[in-house]
Each structure stands twice: as C-alpha cells, then as structure tokens.
Design a protein around this ligand. Structure first.
Ligand code: PHE
Length: 348
C-alpha cells in the first residue's frame, strides 16, 4: 500500500462494496459467505492487515487504526445483515408453514380388500363358525396328489376335464385344491373338518375362466357322513353369503374323487327364483361341485371306508365374487384397475 491516502480510498471502496453486497444478499448462508470474503484472514480486509508488514514504521499506527476501524465497521454490518437475513428466513418459514384452520379437510379415501380376498375371508368365517380348520397346501404339487390319489390315474379320461400345466412329468401347478384333501387325510385321523383355500392353475382363458384362479375346498371325514350333511352345510353357506331366503338344489354330476358327485345350484338371489338375466331365466345359479368322498380315495389315504365316510365340496372364489358383486368378466378381478376395484366390494 503506497500511502495512507490510498489506503483510505481503498477502505471507502470496500465499505461501498459491502453496502452494495448487502442489498443483493437473500440468505444467511450467502451473508456468511460474503462475510468470509471480506473478513477472513485471506479476505479483502484480512489482506489489508497482512499488508501492514510492508508499511513504513512511522505510518504503521495510522494504517492499523484505519484498517481496524474498517474491520469493526464491516463486522458490525455483517452482524446486522446476518440478523436481517435470519429474520427474513424465519418469516418465510412461518409463511410457508402457516396452517389455515378454516380450510376444509382433505377427503380421506380408505382402500378396501380385493373382492376375491373379501370373499375368501367371508367363506373362512362362515365355515370356521361350523368348526372347519384352514389348511393351505402348496401351489406346486405332484401328479400323485393332484390326480392319482384322487382316483384319477394316468390315462383316466377325467384328466381331460382340467388342462394342466406340467412342470415335469412328476410336478405340476395344482389344478384343484382337492390335492390338499390327500395331504390332510394322510397325516390326520378322522374326524377331519378342513377348508383348503388357494390359487389353482388351468390352461383355460375366456370371460369366465382365467389360467390362475382361486378355489376353496371343504372336506369332512367322520363316521356316518351323508349327502344330507353336505346339503345342510351348503344351505347355511348360501344363506350367509347370498342372503337369508337362498336354498340349494343338488344335480347329479361326475368327479372321480366323489361318488355320488353333485353339482350344487343355489336359488337365484337376484330374482328369488322367478327367472332373470343372472340365472338365465332358470331361477337357479350353479355355485360349486361336491359329493361323497370316493371309497377309493379314503383307501388311498389309509382310512377304512367301512368305518368312515366323507363329504367334499369345491368352489371357485372368483365365481362367488362375480355372482356376489355382479361382475360379468373374470378379467376385471385380475387387471388391478383401481377405478374398477373401487366400485366392487364393501366400501365401509
Ligand atoms: N375339484 C373340483 C373341481 O376343481 C371341485 C370339487 C371339489 C368337486 C370337491 C367335488 C368335491 O372342479
């Protein structure tokens, strides 16, 4: 620094710079950075302090005084600026966090369980109240459990009833939850009363069939189980799921693992039996397959068919959901379209 005059001019310039700077600052962080630029050891004013070394001895006192005054002034300014910035930031924060208690609340739209899950839970509740326990098998089964033990050996024509996804000659994706019957009867002595819900797979695809769907199988094995026990149970079931006045009728059918086998219809809960589009004018709606467990199946599981008898029934849960909620295409249950799902099922 050549002389004191020059220093004073410089100091004035620095003051001017700081004033200008202060007008442009918008945050306490920026103010902190600006302060560093002027007041740090390597900052503009810090540098003036360093320069004192080269000032002639007789000017040192005046030089030091001038720089110190500048430093004190700058420190004070920056303190003011910092305060102002913090106040400003606080006000902005208050403004952004302000709660308007007069605003109407945002409407809460609660979700609900998928219609098939609702049906599954409802079915479990109904049958659990009749003393059934839940047994969930596995989705991959052996050919033996899915077919052979259920009296459907290889080359049996009934295998054509279910188009099967084989994983290997031995393993397959179960085509029916009936496979669970065998596992339970093999590991448990009668009395048996189980409900077997789960996914099943068939190579089938149209408006009412999907390659993956859910079944619920029921099995009761005890002494003197008859078809009237089956009908009694199913009457309670249809009343609980479709409404009080609903009844059932049994039609002869065929399943290899039941003898006799029946197709179970329930009276149309939409028209009360008069005939409508839901029941296609017949007054009856087909809901499930059932029957008295074939003696051969009991024998396959080491249960004496002269001492015990059993009943079994199996239903598609998507079908029950479609009937209950008036859905005409099974795909709507699998597409996960929220606009559709929000309209189906219990909304409470
Ligand atoms: N497993 C049969 C099916 O998938 C349904 C059924 C179960 C029939 C139990 C009778 C007894 O079609």
């Amino acid at each position: 620094m050549a002389d004191l005059n020059e220093l004073r001019q410089r100091a004035e310039k620095i003051r001017e710079e700081i004033r200008k700077n202060a007008e442009q600052l918008t945050s306490s962080k920026a103010a902190y950075e600006a302060r560093k630029n002027f007041l740090d050891k390597k900052g503009v004013i810090g540098q003036l302090m360093q320069d004192m070394k080269s000032v002639p001895a007789d000017q040192k006192a005046e030089y030091g005084k001038t720089v110190n005054e500048l430093k004190a002034w700058a420190s004070e300014r920056f303190e003011e600026i910092d305060k102002k910035m913090r106040q400003r930031e606080l006000e902005l924060r208050y403004a952004s966090e302000k709660i308007d208690i007069t605003m109407p609340p945002v409407k809460m739209v609660p979700g609900h369980l998928h219609p098939v899950t609702q049906v599954r839970e409802e079915l479990i509740d109904i049958f659990a109240s009749m003393g059934f326990e839940v047994y969930e098998g596995t989705e991959i089964e052996t050919d033996y459990y899915n077919f052979t033990a259920l009296n459907t050996p290889q080359d049996h024509p009934a295998r054509d009833m279910q188009d099967t996804f084989y994983l290997s000659p031995e393993f397959l994706l179960r085509t029916q939850t009936s496979a669970g019957q065998i596992h339970v009867m093999e590991s448990k002595k009668p009395p048996i009363k189980i409900l077997s819900p789960g996914k099943v797979f068939r190579s089938d695809d149209d408006a009412t069939h999907s390659p993956m769907f859910s079944q619920m199988e029921g099995l009761v094995v005890d002494k003197k189980i008859t078809l009237s026990d089956l009908k009694g149970m199913l009457d309670v079931f249809v009343q609980k799921i479709f409404g009080e006045g609903t009844t059932t009728r049994l039609r002869p059918s065929y399943f290899p693992f039941t003898e006799p086998s029946v197709e179970v219809d329930c009276s149309c809960f939409s028209c009360g039996g008069k005939g409508c589009s839901l029941c296609k004018g017949t007054g009856w709606i087909e809901v499930l397959g059932a029957g008295i467990v074939n003696r051969k199946v009991l024998e396959n599981c080491g249960i004496d068919p002269d001492e015990y008898s059993g009943l079994a029934f199996g239903m598609g849960m998507e079908r029950i959901a479609m009937l209950k909620y008036g859905i005409n295409n099974i795909k709507l249950l699998f597409e996960s379209d929220l606009q559709v799902l929000e309209q189906i099922g219990d909304q409470e």
